[in-house]
Design a protein around this ligand. Structure first.
Ligand code: S3P
Length: 172
């Protein structure tokens, strides 16, 4: 069965877009971060604090594989780091997988993340100038993995509906 995967940096809008897309095309949406939180019975922040990032990445990989192997057609929203660890980027190319990179500029990501960083352990303690530099470097490092996606949708200056329309066109 088909898996539609939305990926991209923190703050690119994966969950918001996936929710709207799910309503439009009537395919259930599963948020990988939520799956991880349910499995660990802890928030993402608490998992990082209590068990560390390596534990988080193992769980992330395990649950991503489980979702890919599930018999249902699903929209899966990845975490920003998912494609960059445990060879997860190779899984994006599997049969039946449609992977879409939601591409946002550094400025877009900075503007969105500066309003909403407390639940994101990688940036929670950074001030504005540290965060801008962090995003620039991190996005550059991660781009190789994000670009493994079959499709790319630029999200800068687009409404949620416009991005969803772009995705529906890809899927048609
Ligand atoms: C992460 C992104 C987060 C979450 C975790 C690590 C990352 O997901 O998986 O905090 O490495 O970029 P969002 O992209 O949904 O914020």
């Amino acid at each position: 069965m088909k898996k539609i995967i939305l990926l991209g940096y923190m703050g690119c809008g994966k969950s918001t877009i996936a929710n709207k897309l799910s309503n439009c095309i009537e395919i259930p949406f599963v948020d990988l971060d939520k799956k991880i939180e349910e499995k660990a019975n802890l928030s993402i922040n608490a998992i990082f604090e209590k068990h560390g990032e390596i534990y988080f990445r193992k769980l992330e990989h395990q649950l991503f594989v489980e979702l890919l192997n599930s018999p249902e057609t699903l929209i899966i929203g990845l975490g920003g780091g998912t494609p960059c660890y445990a060879n997860n980027h190779e899984l994006l190319k599997e049969k039946g997988v449609v992977a879409i990179y939601l591409k946002a500029s550094i400025d877009t990501l900075f503007n969105r993340l500066s309003l909403n960083k407390s639940k994101r352990p990688l940036i929670a303690d950074k001030n504005d100038s540290e965060m801008k530099e962090f995003i620039a470097i991190h996005l550059f490092e991660r781009s190789f993995y994000y670009n493994q996606a079959q499709y790319k949708v630029v999200v800068d200056d687009k409404t949620i509906d416009e991005v969803v329309e772009d995705i529906i066109t890809i899927l048609a």
